[in-house]
Design a protein around this ligand. Sequence first.
Ligand code: ITT
Ligand code: MG
Length: 168
Amino acid sequence: MKVMVGSKNPTKIEAVTNAFISCEYKIEVQGSDIPSFVSAQPIGHEETKLGAINRAKQAVIGNDIGIGLEAGIVIMDDAYYLCNWGALVHSSGELFVAGGLLLPLPNFLYEHLHAGEELGPLVDQFWNRQNTKHQEGIAGILTNNRVKRTDLFVQVVLPLIGQWEESR
Ligand SMILES: O=P(O)(O)OP(=O)(O)OP(=O)(O)OC[C@H]1O[C@@H](n2cnc3c(O)ncnc32)[C@H](O)[C@@H]1O
Ligand SMILES: [Mg+2]
């Protein structure tokens, strides 16, 4: 089964690989830089979910399954939260979506996020790191590495696989 991930981010490719392997599929996973057609920093569940869907719909072309994973930020109770959405499109055209971890972001990021800055560079700047979005991510940093970025995307991909299986 050929699975295409709509991203070259290693955390996303690894998460998709791990999730399918844990479900005992024989798969060939590849990643491709596919545009999300939403903002680089999606805001709100709707925009984040749409980014995941847009990526999955393009990723499935020429493959058995396309997966889109997108992170965003949402405001709740005057605080920003990290949110995560995923979409699976099968070559039959069926589409499945699932949401993932919601995690409160520190208050000192509020003004920056409110001004439209992207989370990735902010994390690198404030934690004096490089390219954390390709590593444990803000989730890992804020959870003592209990939930790294790959782990949280696995928890998005598993319900995508499960919904697709259930529909067959
Ligand atoms: O190459 P792509 O697939 O686009 O991977 P990405 O790391 O940019 O991931 P998203 O587009 O899904 O994330 C949207 C924005 O949120 C940031 N972001 C999301 N989760 C993050 C995390 O755990 N750590 C650091 N930045 C994160 C990311 O840097 C982007 O600016
Ligand atoms: Mg991105």
